[in-house]
Structures are given as structure tokens and as C-alpha cells.
Ligand binder design. Structure first.
Ligand SMILES: *Cc1c(COP(=O)(O)O)cnc(C)c1O
Length: 394
């Protein structure tokens, strides 16, 4: 593979990257290889496939495409889930080190890091990632107690589901100046909206389950980096801990990736349309969406990102109203997860692992690719029904 795609725009890369070589009669799409072992006709050499826990030809085109999309100098690494990828990224922290995470990072990432911290692997500190001065203060305090290479800064921006926006380049530079490694969870933005490696981040993480695969039918994760030494450690972790992806799932993810640009474009424009309508709705107390001019993260998002994403969070008056909205939708699907073609609603705090600082009556909307007016009509009727008739009056 490894065709030179430098200079191509991201929406072209989603289609062009990760194709088999252009040879007569060769397939245009990579086939699925299920074999667990490979012919060996000579003594093993570095880079040989040998066994399918270490390498599978079905992974290669997806890893090439995602690496190219994230602007990495190297192919990405695919994992069996986003959290499998997170575990590999956290393995880069030396025992006795420290991890700084947003207090509203994805609940699973915080739970995983908390579990490792409870086992004594490292110290875990959570911060308000949108409060740059507070994060810098935490990094300064850690720099006094830890040597270079012992601290990892975990960024997630916008956060899930609070949609807080961090100053990624500022925090990354500050972390590097203090000898810390920086990981950014780019699941919400996708490379169509932001490429954290370009802001200097060391490792980018994806729950491929979400926007990249895009159809709510595969669980996968990925890491991308331009640092060969880091990639070698992450690859060794994947092979030794066995958090590998099934070939069919990766094939589906590459098929999903082919339409990422179109899906994101549609989800984002509908999210912006819905956020404006929701902001005017009497039943909605607060809308969180970085695309709204009134949102606290708006200026930062506009300065750093090429879009505002497809997730909108709304706050209702109380838990009963929020639950009633989720029950009253007909087209939207009440379900967890996000980033699929179908629009989903979820009151996040119904999950015990969700941080207590996330408002109880917050409902997260993952905006799919259905007709925007249909989506609004359904939300509007659900809001009216849940609040006994107050309509949007639009
Ligand atoms: C879902 C999610 C994850 C975890 O990924 P899985 O594929 O579910 O293991 C990590 N980060 C974010 C932001 C997510 O939304």
C-alpha cells in the first residue's frame, strides 16, 4: 500500500487512502483476511506477519487511511475497542508517574485510569480542562514532584457530554515544556474537524465505534502518532495484551470511513440548526454546543477547529422532564453511544459511572443524517409533551 497522498484534502483522503496497489485485475477494495497464520518459506525477519495477533492484512488499509487523515507520519494502530486503545496509551505512563485528565473526559476513560490509579500504577488528577490557568497550575505542581517522562496529560476536547473546549496547543506546549507526554481523545471531533497531531499532541485516540465507523455496528479503537518509538511501544502492548480487532470489524470501519466527510458535514449542519432552535425553546434551560455564538467554548472552537461537531447537549428543568423527553421521542432513538447515521438521545446521568458534576437533567443528542426538519419536529413534540404543552413557538 503506502501510496503518497501528501497534499490531498481530508475529504479526498477518506476515499483515496488505504487502497490495494493499482495492479491489473487487483481488487479496488481490500479483501477480508481471516487466516490466523501465514506461510513461512524462510527464517522470520522483522516485519513478517507470522501470526494474526501481531498483524493482519485487513488492518493495514484502515491504519494507513486513519494515519493519513490524522496527518501522522506513520500508519495508525487499530484496537479491539476505544478503551483497549486507551489502556495501551496509559501503558506509556511509567509506574509511579501521574496522569492529568479532564474531569468530564469520557466516563470509561476516567474509570479505567481510576482503576489503574487504585492499583497503584500512577496518580490520577482530574481538572477542568477548559480552565487553562488551573491546568497550567496543576502541571507546575506536578513538575516539582515528578521527573520528565513520568507525567501524561490526557486531553479530550470537546468533552463528553459537557462539550467544554480546551486550548489544545497551549496545553500541549506547556505539557511538553515540563517533560509530559500528551494524548488527545479525538473521538468527538474526528480528523474532519481537528487534527490534534498538528497542535503538537503525541498520540491521538479514537473510539472508532463512533463517527469513524459511523453505523453503530462495530466496536473498535485506534491510536495515531508520528513518533516511531511510541508507535513501537503501543504496537508491542497491543500484541502482548491481545486487545486486537477482528478483521470483519476493521473492514466495516474502513467502509464507514469512506463516507465520513459527508456524514460529518450533514450531522454538523443539522446539529447547528437544532442547537439554534433548542436555544429558543422555552422548555430548554440551556444548550451546550460550541457552534452557538453564546457558548463559552465558541471562540476557542472557532479558532482551533474546522467545524463544531455533531453532538448537542441540552439541560431540562429536572430529571423527570429529561426522562420524559427521552421517552417521548419517536424518530430519535433512546440509546447510549454516538456518531452513527441514526440520531440518539440519552440522559447521561442515568449511568452510575457518569461524573456527578454532569447535570442530572442533561440530555445528550447525537445528531445523525436524517432530514433536519423531521428531527426538529420530533424533538419539538417530545419537549412539548414532556413539559405539558409549552411549545417552541417558532
Ligand atoms: C465511546 C468513547 C470511548 C470508548 O470507546 P469504546 O469503543 O466504547 O471502547 C472513548 N472516548 C470517547 C470520547 C468515547 O465517546
Amino acid at each position: 500500500m503506502a501510496t503518497d497522498h501528501s497534499g490531498l484534502a481530508p475529504d479526498t483522503l477518506t476515499v483515496a487512502a488505504g487502497r490495494p496497489p493499482r495492479e491489473h485485475d487487483a481488487p479496488v477494495n481490500a479483501p477480508i483476511v481471516l487466516s490466523t497464520t501465514y506461510h513461512e518459506t524462510r527464517a522470520p525477519q522483522p516485519g513478517d506477519r507470522i501470526y494474526a495477533r501481531g498483524s493482519n492484512p485487513t488492518w493495514d488499509p484502515f491504519e494507513e487511511a486513519l494515519g493519513a487523515l490524522e496527518g501522522a507520519d506513520l500508519p495508525a494502530l487499530v484496537f479491539g475497542s476505544g478503551l483497549g486503545a486507551a489502556a495501551a496509551a496509559l501503558s506509556l505512563v511509567p509506574t509511579g508517574g501521574a496522569v492529568v485528565m479532564p474531569r468530564h473526559a469520557y466516563a470509561g476513560s476516567i474509570s479505567l485510569a481510576g482503576d489503574l490509579a487504585a492499583q497503584g500504577r500512577f496518580e490520577l488528577l482530574t481538572v477542568d480542562i477548559a480552565d487553562t490557568d488551573a491546568v497550567l497550575g496543576t502541571l507546575d505542581a506536578l513538575a516539582h514532584r515528578f521527573d520528565a517522562g513520568q507525567v501524561m496529560v490526557w486531553l479530550e476536547s470537546p468533552t463528553n457530554p459537557m462539550l467544554e473546549v480546551a486550548e489544545l496547543a497551549v496545553l500541549t506546549d506547556a505539557a511538553h515544556a515540563r517533560g509530559a507526554l500528551v494524548v488527545a481523545d479525538n473521538t468527538f471531533n474526528t480528523p474532519m474537524v481537528h487534527r490534534p497531531l498538528e497542535a503538537g499532541v503525541d498520540v491521538v485516540l479514537h473510539s472508532v465505534t463512533k463517527w469513524l465507523a459511523g453505523h453503530s455496528d462495530v466496536v473498535l479503537g485506534a491510536l495515531a502518532t508520528s513518533d516511531p518509538a511510541l508507535r513501537a511501544r503501543l504496537l508491542a502492548h497491543r500484541t502482548l495484551h491481545g486487545a486486537i480487532a477482528g478483521p470483519f470489524e476493521v473492514w466495516l470501519a474502513l467502509r464507514g470511513l469512506r463516507t465520513l466527510a459527508l456524514r460529518m458535514e450533514r450531522s454538523q449542519s443539522t446539529a447547528a440548526f437544532l442547537a439554534l432552535h433548542l436555544a429558543d425553546h422555552p422548555a430548554v434551560r440551556r444548550v451546550r454546543y460550541p457552534g452557538l455564538a453564546s457558548d463559552p467554548g465558541h471562540e476557542r472552537a472557532a479558532a482551533q477547529f474546522n467545524g463544531f461537531g455533531g453532538i448537542v447537549s441540552i439541560e431540562l428543568d429536572d430529571v423527570a422532564t429529561a426522562d420524559a423527553v427521552v421517552e417521548a421521542v419517536r424518530l430519535w432513538l433512546p440509546a447510549t453511544s454516538l456518531g452513527g447515521v441514526e440520531s440518539l438521545v440519552e440522559r447521561r446521568r442515568r449511568q452510575p459511572a457518569e461524573p456527578a458534576t454532569v447535570p442530572e437533567a442533561l440530555v445528550r443528542l447525537s445528531v445523525g443524517i436524517e432530514n433536519p426538519e423531521d428531527l426538529w419536529a420530533d424533538l419539538d413534540q417530545a419537549l412539548r409533551r414532556a413539559t405539558g404543552g409549552r411549545d417552541g413557538g417558532l
